[in-house]
Design a protein around this ligand. Structure first.
Ligand SMILES: [Zn+2]
Length: 407
C-alpha cells in the first residue's frame, strides 16, 4: 500500500479485503495490505464507528498465535436493487454482507400500461422495501435500477426499450421525482446488473463471464477481468441483437433475425404452446408459467421438449460466437434460462462445442445461475453497496458514535 493512499482508500481496502477473503485478524490485515499494525487498528476502529465491521471470535487458519477476528457487520446498511421488465417489476434490499433483507416482485404487463403506470407500481414497491430496511434499523445507501433496454447513463435516460416499446424515457428523473429519495439512484441495463451480480469478488472462476439473462428478450453482460465491459458509449452487452437468423423473425428493435427472436421467452413460449395456453398469459406469475414448462418437459411432452431443444441449440450457437470472441471462464444462464437450465443444457452444450474453435471449448463452462430472475435486482443492490466498499465514509455514522472520537 503506497504511503500516498488516502485514508478513504485505505478504509475501502480493508473493507474489501474482509468482503473478498472473509474474517481475519488485524495482524493478518496489516501483513496482507502492507500497512503497519497501528494503522490497521486505527482503520478498523473507524470502520467500527461507522458500524461497518465488528470484532469478536477467533481467526481460524491463520499462522502463529490466533488473533481476534475482524468481520463485516452487515446489519447497518443496505443497498436497494430494482428492475423494470416487460412482465414484472421487482426489488431487493441486500445488506453489506449480501444477505437478503427484503425482496418483492409484482407481475405487470408493460405492453398494456403507460410508462407512468409502470413507474408508479415500481415506486410503491421500492417504498415498501425501504420501509422494511428501516424497520430492520438499517439505512439505505442507494438504489440501482435495471431496465430491459439501452441506457444512456450520462443522462439517466432509457434510450430504447425494444420489448417495453419505450423510447427516450428519462427514467432516472421520473423515479427520483416519485421517490423523493435522499440517496443516489443509479440506472443501468438489466443484463449489465445481472452480470455484476454473477461476478463474485474473490472467486477466480467468476472474473471472466458471459451472462445470458433470459427475459422476453435476451439481455446480456460481459465481465472481463472482474470488470463489466461497457464500451465507448456504455451500450456493450446488447448481445440479444446479434443477427443470427437473417431472413427470420422481426425483432422488437426493428431488425430481422436477432438472437433474442430465437431464444427469448417469447420465442420459447411461441414454440412450446398455443396462444390461448395459460403458460403464455403474461398476467400469470412467470414462476408458475416456467414451472409448468419444466413439468411438461420432465414428463417428456414432445412439443415442450422440442421447443427447449430448439432454444437450447440457438443459445449454444450464439454463445459459441461470443465464446470465440471472449473466451469466458463461464457462460452463466440467468433469468428464465436458470429455471429451465437442465432442459436447455444438452442442446446448448452440443452447439457450443461445435462452434468454439479452441480445444476443450477454451475451458469455458456453462453454469446455471442460482439467482435467476433475481440476478438483475441483486446486481442493482451490489452496485450501490460497492460504492460503500470504495468509500466507507458515505455511510452515516450511528447516532451514538462520536466523529473522530477516541481510537
Ligand atoms: Zn433486435
Amino acid at each position: 500500500m503506497p504511503d500516498t493512499a488516502s485514508r478513504t482508500e485505505k478504509l475501502g481496502l480493508v473493507l474489501r479485503r474482509l468482503r473478498d477473503q472473509g474474517p481475519r485478524s488485524r495482524a493478518r490485515l496489516a501483513e496482507e495490505l502492507d500497512l503497519s499494525r497501528s494503522a490497521v487498528s486505527g482503520l478498523v476502529a473507524e470502520l467500527e464507528d461507522f458500524g461497518l465491521v465488528r470484532t469478536g471470535g477467533v481467526e481460524r487458519g491463520g499462522l502463529g498465535r490466533p488473533g481476534t477476528a475482524v468481520e463485516l457487520d452487515g446489519s447497518r446498511v443496505c443497498g436497494l436493487g430494482a428492475e423494470i421488465s416487460v412482465n414484472h417489476v421487482a426489488t431487493v434490499a441486500l445488506d453489506l454482507r449480501g444477505r437478503v433483507v427484503a425482496e418483492h416482485r409484482e407481475s405487470v404487463d408493460a405492453s398494456r400500461l403507460s410508462v407512468s403506470e409502470v413507474l408508479d407500481h415500481l415506486a410503491a414497491l421500492i417504498a415498501r422495501t425501504e420501509d422494511e430496511v428501516h424497520a430492520a434499523a438499517a439505512q439505505v445507501v442507494g438504489l440501482g435500477v435495471g431496465v430491459a433496454g439501452l441506457v444512456d447513463r450520462t443522462r439517466d435516460v432509457l434510450t430504447l426499450g425494444p420489448n417495453l416499446g419505450w423510447r427516450d424515457v428519462p427514467l432516472g428523473a421520473e423515479l427520483r421525482g416519485r421517490l423523493g429519495a435522499a440517496y443516489p439512484v443509479l440506472l443501468d441495463n438489466e443484463g449489465n446488473l445481472a452480470a455484476t451480480a454473477e461476478a463474485l469478488p474473490g472467486d477466480p472462476a467468476r472474473q471472466d463471464l458471459l451472462v445470458l439473462f433470459g427475459e422476453v428478450g435476451l439481455g446480456g453482460g460481459i465481465v472481463a477481468d472482474g470488470r463489466l465491459l461497457r464500451g465507448r458509449q456504455g451500450y456493450a452487452g446488447e448481445i440479444g441483437h446479434m443477427i443470427v437468423d437473417p431472413g427470420g423473425r422481426r425483432c422488437g428493435c426493428g431488425r430481422i433475425g436477432c438472437w433474442e427472436t430465437v431464444c427469448g421467452l417469447r420465442a420459447l413460449m411461441g414454440a412450446a404452446a398455443d396462444p390461448d395456453d395459460p403458460v403464455r398469459d403474461p398476467a400469470l406469475s412467470i414462476d408458475d408459467r416456467l414451472a409448468e414448462i419444466d413439468r411438461r418437459a420432465a414428463l417428456g411432452d414432445t412439443r415442450t421438449v422440442a421447443a427447449l431443444d430448439q432454444v437450447g441449440g440457438w443459445l449454444g450457437i450464439g454463445a459459441g460466437i461470443l465464446t470465440n470472441a471472449l473466451n469466458p471462464g463461464a457462460v452463466v444462464l440467468s433469468g428464465y434460462y436458470a429455471a429451465l437450465g437442465r432442459h436447455l443444457l444438452p442442446a446448448m452444450e452440443q452447439q457450443l462445442a461445435a462452434g468454439v474453435v479452441a480445444p476443450q471449448v477454451g475451458g469455458t463452462r456453462v453454469v446455471v445461475s442460482t439467482l435467476g430472475f433475481a440476478a438483475a435486482v441483486h446486481g442493482g443492490a451490489t452496485v450501490v453497496l460497492d460504492t460503500v466498499f470504495h468509500d466507507p465514509t458515505i455511510v452515516a455514522r450511528p447516532p451514538a458514535a462520536v466523529p473522530g472520537g477516541a481510537r
